[in-house]
Design a protein around this ligand. Sequence first.
Ligand code: PHE
Length: 341
Amino acid sequence: MGLKEDLIKLKEEAKKLIGSVKDKKSLDEIRVKYLGKKGEIKKVLKSLSKLSPDERREIGKIANDIKDEIEKLLKDKLAILKEKELEEELKKSKVDIHLPADWVELGHQHILTKTLQEIVDIFIAMGFSVEEGPEVEREEYNFDMLNIPKDHPARDMQDTFFINKEGYVLRTHTSPVQIRTMLKNKPPVAIVAPGRVYRKDMDPTHTPMFHQIEGLLVDENITYRDLKGTLQKFLQEVFGKNIKIRLRPSYFPFTEPSFEVDISCTICSGLGCRVCKGTGWLEVLGSGMVDPNVFEAVGIDPEKYTGFAFGLGIERIAMLKYRVPDIRLFYYGDLRFIKQF
Ligand code: PHE
């Protein structure tokens, strides 16, 4: 038999072996046997020296082709074995990929965020847009331009946090956003401004940081009726169609006249109970017609324009709506509280 036939026989042999092999180790042994340094192919190549140059070229080429073919067979088989191995591994493993995944509990919005969002949405539906202002605010905007001059007793109405930057305070209310808005935009203006405010206060109904929403509407011919209608609509959206509202004369330096707005008690429907302290009414917000002095401070003609403003505490609204007895519960982060909403 010639070398050529030997080579073809080697190839058939290798092909059969590779076909029947069941693991990577045996496959590697086949590689060494045929393609190794002392392997079958090498042996054939060594004996080439005995041949004539023509024969050497012919057989050499066949040997190389066969080497390539065996290499390819080995490579394909290795891939198949690896695949099988992985399957076995998965079968053995304790993970059952058919079982439903572990339950991951999703959180939800904090009740204050939800309340704030609801209130903002009601005003957006009425055509108001949303403004924001900084929490570190110029004293001028927080007080002076809102008609609260220095040394005026009204400054004591709100226990201010001062910071060690001259002329700035932590805003005590969202009313400075009224000033910022009117400096920027000329009427008509219809905005709400939600945000954090700060006062030196701490008891079951006060925390040093709390949230307010300011409202401001300025245009020609805006009257008290617009104020009352807007707030009535808003409060009925929040507390239900059946509540009544009442405006009581009050005092704020930046509105004239000023009103506290009450709703009929949500617990006793106005009969008088512990929550409303027997009055049948709950105070929910402060409001009034924009004081002409405020218009002058921002360069709006008080002869041409009128407007109303209001400010309400989000915590207070949420406490009344959800009957939360202590404002501090909003901030303790106790899941037993948070999960109720
Ligand atoms: N800024 C007032 C407060 O914090 C509320 C208010 C806003 C009253 C706008 C009238 C008009 O108490």
